[in-house]
Write a protein that binds this ligand. Structure first.
Ligand code: GNR
Ligand code: NI
Length: 173
């Protein structure tokens, strides 16, 4: 398994729409293994393939609070039902480092996806699981949580991240 670099805003790659996986083969499983290791190392509770520069509809997650790992793998996830009522959750994103904001999303959702073995599955999600799945599926469409903020708040965050990136580049070069 390999730890891969996580892309951060502003990076045009993060705005790309990811494409459907035709078949869950060993290459896709290797991608999921790398994503999981990268996510644990970050650390984060979810990661979409586009965040490591691969525009495929693949997501990994692990919401376990204790030491015991319980990885979740989602290939070609689709939301098949959303609850009418929303709930707010303080969100963060590995591609938007150091920034957090309350985001409103449907409280519950049902999704359909392929698992690690390529088998078709359905899942009823609520709470943090529902929030995280919707956050990750947004990544597959090129959407970041800061897109839901006011223009002003979003532009302040993007400006800050651009500055941080520029000063980092200066050190690296
Ligand atoms: O690590 C993460 N935490 C988190 C917290 C609240 C809502 C969503 C998330 S996902 C985020 C990791 C990430 O950026 N996934 O794309
Ligand atoms: Ni994210």
């Amino acid at each position: 398994m390999t730890i891969r670099k996580i892309l951060t805003e502003p990076d045009p790659f993060l705005r790309q729409k990811s494409t459907k996986v035709e078949k869950v083969d060993d290459n896709i499983r290797k991608l999921m293994d790398d994503m999981l290791e990268t996510m644990y190392e970050a650390p984060g509770i979810g990661l979409a393939a586009i965040q490591i520069g691969v525009p495929k509809r693949v997501i990994v997650m692990d919401l376990a609070k204790d030491e015991k790992k319980s990885p979740l793998y989602f290939v070609n996830p689709e939301i098949i039902l959303k609850s009418q009522n929303n709930s707010a959750y303080e969100e963060g994103c590995l591609s938007v480092p150091g920034q957090f904001a309350e985001i409103n999303r449907p409280e519950k959702c049902h999704i359909k996806y392929l698992d690690y073995r390529g088998e078709s599955k359905e899942l009823k999600a609520e709470g943090l699981l529902a929030t995280c799945i919707q956050h990750e599926i947004d990544h597959l469409e090129g959407i970041l949580f800061i897109d839901y903020l006011s223009k002003l708040k979003k532009s302040m965050i993007v400006k800050k991240l651009s500055k941080e990136k520029k000063s980092l580049e200066r050190i690296v070069v």
